[in-house]
Ligand binder design. Sequence first.
Ligand code: IPM
Ligand code: MG
Length: 357
Amino acid sequence: MAKKNILIVPGDGIGQEVTAVGKKVLDAIAAKFNHEFIYDEALIGHVAIEATGNPLPDETLLKMKNSDAVLFGAVGHPKYDNDPSAKVRPEQGLLKMRKELGLYANLRPIKLFDELLSASSIKPEILKGADILFFRELTGDIYFGEKGRKNNGDTAFDVAEYSRYEVERIGRKAFEAARTRKKKLCSVDKANVLETSRLWREVIQKLALEYSDIEVEYQFVDATAMLLIKNPCRFDVVVTANLFGDILTDEASQIAGSMGMLASASIGDGTGVYEPIHGSAHDITGKGVANPLSSILSAALLLDISFGLKKESEAIISAVDAVLKQGFRTRDIADTNTAKENILGTDAMGEAVLKFL
Ligand code: IPM
Ligand code: MG
């Protein structure tokens, strides 16, 4: 029996709706496998700005540091997207959380459930068997370098910066993961143009000497964007910088049928944070149609990675698989073959998964 403290941080938009379902699934696991999960909740993003003026209140950060794992929703609000001059923004909360918790490795597994082969806009014969694990560096790069304006505001800059140790620690995690999979690693950069990428490649090349059992390839980010669609099955583990990883994993989410299917784990030296890769999706917020499977699968990652509860994690994945096999879909993964009565809302999809658990 495990006794663990889990902090629930739903954040904004559909983050609230899907995280509530993810938590229910954790509850069901605790009951089924006789664990004790103790929950607390905290604010981040737009809801935190509204309540406290701060997108990441100190209280939230403290609770995160003191918990065994965090189940996270999403941050963002259209109000800020259309106001480039806003000084305080929801996303600052997310970035500060990543930095303060030292969450330098963002794992984004892209795995297509067989049932969803036809939900993707990519041809089934190209997709079948695709199984990629992205390691996106999460606390460096252009996201965290100096930024500002000069020339009376007419020129703007964002500095991209990487240090050797930052590349090395994410690189190691990716090599180690490749060892437990198909032993293939693709390091993605833009070393033909960027100095940070040349350092990146140098460090990975050096690491490769230590991992001679892993087949390593180097690709430029533009070519990778193309190859992901052309032949997704050629990839196993992919490691890349923060910005490239952000963009490539949104693209790769289409391999899994929908952004609503993809979970992620952000890990580092302390508490791990588990979240859907999708955002706050204010266009569908409050309609009860958001796909909760990404939060449910995030809960599965949490159990596996932070708590080492492999059986429990697999139980969740099997339940999701079973629900999909039964033909149930949320709107985003439905296709023309989906019977109308099988298209479920957020809560009903959650209930369907709970039933199988
Ligand atoms: C993600 C998101 C964030 C990012 C945004 C919300 C700041 O797109 O987690 O991928 O760019 O990292
Ligand atoms: Mg993103």
